[in-house]
Design a binder for this molecule. Structure first.
Ligand code: NIG
Ligand code: FE
Length: 418
């Protein structure tokens, strides 16, 4: 047993609850001034005012601790959950970035053999150890920004061998790295060249050959699909996700990103854990998500920014009571960044989310988008001790100190990792 006592925290700022926050509740942040958190092993045992926590510990005769941290001058918030990333890839696409800056669209580049296909070629060539090294380095970059849980997708192999290799590397990183990983199979990221003009054939290959093996080897928890024009349409996405659910996977969707194929409507009706991107979601779909309350709307503002697209209608979603999460979409094409400060700045200034909504979107609702809000995403008794210390005494400096990393220290499962 290892114990950790953190005292004199200027401000503990956290959403509360064990499931997704409805839009109207997202702005509610619980604040404790001069707070303390008592942690045993990886769990939060008590949280409250320093004076009360100390009195309570004395009463229980608990007077020795393995570590005591005085957090005077600092605010503490829950560890951030980056609930949508493609961080495991080989190769870069800097030329494509320049083409995009000078006016080519993401889809034009993809149709000309660039885009996802270029990363697929590089990733197929990369071995297990090389991918692991790249993944490790990128997770470290995330930890220092306060990220304690990351979702990672496959989707840069498309063939069975490389997809399985990507998933195995993710599994290996999950046990060898401090960050918690949620793992997603995204074979339906693009139609590979081997199945050119036969997306139906590729769909059947995934359903018949790949999904059963991933399930049998427990390599992924979620299945995702890029439902968009020129990729997988509504019926194909439905067929894949229904087959995945049948096998016991939870499902996610890249929905309404470039074009509106009614993807968010499908996500709501199939009860996907999350519907992601939603740049072109319709008001009818927003109503549907709101009525069902099963699917978290995950917004990826860095992608909209880098593709120079509109931002997803965060206000309309929240004002219609949808639970919104924020994530990076870290990938080598549409969003080559895992910057939490950039997400925060764009969500605040471009999507008009309040500071409380941004914090909930990055913590509790990110956890809900991975179906782990019962264990993570807030600073509450019984939850995992994933804590981020800020250089300032108030969580609102996350937004105010624009574009800057204000993280001072990170605790993951009760251990200092940064
Ligand atoms: O979420 N939209 C599809 N997939 C990624 C981009 C992947 C890539 O360009 O490599 C996204 O934007
Ligand atoms: Fe994505």
């Amino acid at each position: 047993m290892t114990s950790l006592l953190i005292v004199h925290i200027d401000q503990i700022a956290t959403p509360t609850g064990k499931s997704q926050r409805h839009g109207v509740e997202m702005n509610e942040i619980s604040l404790v001034q001069d707070g303390a958190i008592y942690v045993v092993d990886d769990l939060i045992i008590s949280v409250g005012k320093t004076s009360e926590i100390l009195a309570d510990l004395r009463k229980k005769n608990i007077t020795a601790f393995d570590e005591v941290i005085d957090a005077t001058g600092q605010a503490v918030v829950p560890g951030f959950v980056d609930s949508h990333t493609h961080f495991l890839f080989a190769g870069y696409r800097v030329e494509e970035f320049y083409e995009r800056v000078s006016g080519s669209s993401y889809m034009e580049i993809m149709e000309n053999g660039g885009g996802i296909q270029a990363t697929v070629e590089a990733t197929r060539e990369a071995g297990f150890e090389e991918l692991k090294k790249l993944g490790w380095r990128r997770l470290n970059e995330m930890i220092i920004q306060g990220v304690t849980t990351v979702e990672g997708k496959s989707g840069y192999g498309l063939d069975k061998e490389t997809e399985i290799r990507q998933l195995r590397v993710l599994q290996e990183l999950a046990v060898s790295q401090p960050v918690d990983l949620a793992i997603t199979y995204l074979g339906a990221h693009a139609v590979p060249l081997e199945f050119k003009n036969d997306s139906e054939g590729y769909l059947n290959y995934m359903i018949d050959e790949i999904l059963p093996q991933i399930k049998a080897e427990k390599l992924a928890e979620f299945v995702d699909v890029f439902c968009d024009e020129g990729v997988f349409d509504y019926q194909q996405s439905q067929k894949l996700l229904e087959a995945a659910k049948e096998l016991g996977f939870k499902v996610k969707m890249h929905a309404d990103e470039i074009a509106n194929l009614n993807g968010a409507e499908l996500a709501a009706s199939i009860e996907a854990t999350s519907a992601d991107h939603l740049i072109n979601i319709s008001s009818e779909e927003i109503k549907k998500l709101s009525e069902k309350q099963k699917t978290v709307a995950t917004l990826l503002p860095c992608t909209a920014f880098c593709l120079q697209e509109n931002f997803a209608p965060a206000r309309e979603l929240i004002d219609n009571n949808c639970a919104v999460a924020l994530a990076s979409d870290y990938n080598p094409g549409s969003s080559f960044t895992c910057s939490i400060p950039l997400i925060i700045a764009l969500a605040s200034f471009k999507m008009k989310m309040t500071m409380g909504e941004v914090l909930t979107g990055l913590t509790l609702n990110g956890a809900a988008a991975l179906d782990i809000a019962d264990k993570k995403g807030s600073i509450e008794v019984g939850k995992v001790a994933d804590l981020v210390f800020l250089k300032y005494p108030d969580y609102r400096y996350l937004m105010y100190n624009t574009g800057s990393n204000v993280v001072n220290r990170v605790i993951k499962s009760g251990k200092v990792v940064f």
